[in-house]
Design a protein around this ligand. Structure first.
Ligand SMILES: Cc1ncc(COP(=O)(O)O)c(C=O)c1O
Length: 414
């Protein structure tokens, strides 16, 4: 959540595009149209330069060094933590734990908080539209502890049935782990309401922010969530790093995740005492270069303004939805009232993968399949979808190319 007087009122998409070098390349003789942003976004030159700068000029391990390079690397590394704190409006930097990504963050909570606090008969609630990374860790811990996994159902539009959610909540509910924005449908879930309801009965809430952090203003204090996990690579940053936010008192009460260097205060063969937050959860040498470079991506997003990004991407979503709906045989999966940047669709009698391969021949990158949300696909009784997901550098002209390409592909396959 950034408050700045320097953010422009509108978004100059051509200027944005110039910052992403990959957008100049061709695929199969056509200019690349990249619509696979929900899987991972493309990277700005400033972030790539930051990686090269670290390795070229101040590569060093962080925190314990007393030499110049170590001090420079530590300062740059910790500057990203401050930028992440601002990005999600955490109340302190101790609450910002660097992870390998959303998956790692959720596993951290499941294996530390979950193992300590879940017991036989306790209940964990997730939604029907979770990514596998917010299903499997809970299944593993529930099985180990004898706890039960409950699922909030959805309607045909891809919206959560909130009355059913309220019915699921009870004294045995210990944690609700819900996706903020569905990667497969684009649905924006009412997480504030989910959190309020869970807190009434004393349950904690983890929000999977993998898809929301790039599109929406995030304020973990206003949401009052207990945990919030996101990945840098969906936010124009590098792969393999992310953040787990947790409320300080809850994190302090949790046992560590992995043991090793950095997470300790003192080690003897008899006993180890653990480091303070956030380092207690950051064992070993982290991905220093990528964490440093992530700040350049956050700076880009802040410079454009989340409000402008959302407004622009909403226009793309509306335009794309309108255009695709006009193609005979196309059915959009997921038509929630609150949606961002994802259009998932199926075409009568055609396999999503065949469509994806033909679109790639026209230089258009989409994702096909179950999108790591197999139970959700089962709800719709489909094997998968074609998914076009938009980022701030996409254009209406690119959507037109998708429409032309899709019409050709349908004709060829029918
Ligand atoms: C909603 C959601 N949750 C979690 C993840 C996992 O993110 P990562 O693979 O970066 O850990 C993804 C990735 O696609 C996602 O879309």
């Amino acid at each position: 959540m950034i408050k700045s007087a320097t953010i422009p009122d509108t978004l100059d998409v051509e200027a944005v595009r110039r910052q992403f070098p990959v957008l100049n390349r061709e695929v199969k003789g056509r200019k690349l149209v990249y619509f696979d942003n929900a899987a991972t976004s493309q990277k700005p030159q400033a972030m790539i330069d930051s990686l090269v700068d670290y390795y070229s000029n101040y590569n060093a391990n962080i925190h314990r060094g007393i030499h110049t390079l170590a001090e420079e690397a530590t300062a740059a590394f910790e500057a990203t933590r401050d930028a992440c704190k601002e990005l999600i409006n955490a109340s302190s930097r101790e609450e910002v734990i660097f992870t390998r990504g959303t998956t790692d963050g959720i596993n951290l909570v499941a294996y530390t908080w979950g193992r300590k606090n879940l017991g036989k008969g306790d209940e964990v609630i997730i939604t029907a539209m979770e990514h596998h990374s917010n299903i499997v860790p809970w299944q593993i811990v529930c099985e180990e502890k004898g706890a039960v996994l409950k699922v909030i159902p959805i309607d045909d539009n891809g919206e959560l049935l909130m009355d059913e959610y309220r019915k699921l909540l009870n004294a045995k509910t210990k944690i609700v782990s819900a996706v903020h924005v569905s990667n497969a449908l684009g649905t924006v879930n009412p997480v504030k309401e989910i959190i309020e309801e869970a807190h009434k009965i004393g349950a904690l809430v983890l929000v999977d922010g993998a898809q929301s952090t790039v599109h929406l203003d995030i304020d973990v204090q206003a949401l009052d969530c207990d945990f919030f996990a996101f990945s840098a690579h969906k936010l124009y940053g590098p792969t393999g790093i992310g953040v787990l936010y947790g409320k300080k008192d809850i994190l302090n009460a949790m046992p560590p995740f992995q043991g090793g260097g950095e997470m300790i205060k003192e080690v003897t063969f008899e006993k180890t005492t653990y480091n303070d937050l956030p380092y207690k959860f950051e064992a070993g040498t982290p991905n220093i270069a990528d964490i440093i470079a992530f700040k350049a991506a956050i700076d880009l997003v802040n410079g454009l303004g989340k409000k402008n990004i959302k407004q622009y991407e909403d226009e793309l979503l509306q335009y794309g939805t309108q255009q695709l709906k006009q193609i005979p045989g196309v059915r959009i999966i997921g038509e929630a009232k609150e949606k961002v940047s994802v259009i998932s669709f199926v075409v009568d009698k055609l396999h999503p993968q065949d469509l994806g391969i033909l679109l790639d021949n026209y230089g258009i990158a989409v994702r096909t399949g179950h999108h790591c949300a197999q139970p959700l696909m089962d709800c719709y009784r489909i094997p998968g979808t074609v998914r076009a997901s938009f980022a701030v550098y996409n254009t209406k002209e690119e959507i037109d190319e998708l429409v032309v390409g899709l019409k050709k592909a349908i004709k060829m396959l029918s």
